[in-house]
Write a protein that binds this ligand. Structure first.
Ligand code: GTP
Ligand code: MG
Length: 200
């Protein structure tokens, strides 16, 4: 599948602003700095589309991107870059503003076909466990991308990925995909899963 074009639709700070495109949506959630914006750029093959930063907490609004592909049945869809959760340094007020926003989006969107939870390969976090439990509870089967897998040494890879997979509390059949925006590992597998969900 080829992405013919990808463009920024807009940023939203409030639910009333969520765009109503009528198109299938895929959302990306995960802790701050886990690599959400990088993964979106890698999937959509556009380097600077979603803003990537070394400073955690860069993405504070919900950003919507429209993608056009050459895939029959999935000509147009929307990728949703959600703010990272659990950014400790963000002020309480900021967090109080955006974490409910994530929940409102995930609960409210009628077009949402897939939620990709990004978890850093080496890090098992309670916040990710909570996010996954919350999704499963809401009847959504999460797709987990274990990010920055390029950082794992060969010798630790199998153990680290097993620890993460087992620790996240996934249900039978939930997808778990080692991913790297640097090497491109996992990109094709993620697309295969996303295409199925987005077309449905
Ligand atoms: P927030 O918007 O702050 O929530 O962060 P984010 O989840 O969007 O992360 P972002 O894509 O901005 O990446 C954060 C940092 O991790 C940047 O310095 C990226 O270059 C780096 N990074 C992202 N993906 C990878 C990866 O697959 N491998 C490696 N080695 N670094 C990565
Ligand atoms: Mg980001």
């Amino acid at each position: 599948m080829k992405i013919l074009s990808a463009e920024f639709i807009g940023s939203c700070a409030r639910p009333e602003q969520f765009p109503d495109t009528g198109l299938p949506e895929v959302a990306f959630i995960g802790r701050s700095n886990v690599g959400k914006s990088s993964l979106i750029n890698s999937l959509l093959q556009r380097k600077g589309l979603a803003k990537v930063s070394r400073t955690p907490g860069k993405t504070r609004l919900i950003n919507f991107f429209l993608a056009v592909s050459d895939d029959p049945g999935l000509e147009r869809f929307v990728a949703v870059d959600l703010p990272g959760y659990g950014y400790a340094k963000a002020s309480k007020e900021l967090r109080a503003g955006w974490e409910p926003l994530i929940g409102r989006y995930l609960d409210g969107s009628e077009q949402l076909r897939a939620v990709v939870v990004l978890a850093e390969s080496r890090v098992l976090s309670e916040l990710d466990q909570e996010a996954i439990a919350w999704l499963l509870d809401g009847g959504r089967s999460p797709i987990v991308a274990a990010t920055k897998v390029d950082k794992l040494k060969m010798g630790e890879r199998v153990r680290a990925l097993r620890r993460l997979r087992d620790g996240l509390g996934l249900a039978e059949g939930d997808e778990f995909i080692p991913f790297s925006s640097v090497t491109g590992e996992g990109r094709n597998r993620l697309w295969t899963v996303l295409k199925e969900r987005l077309r449905a």
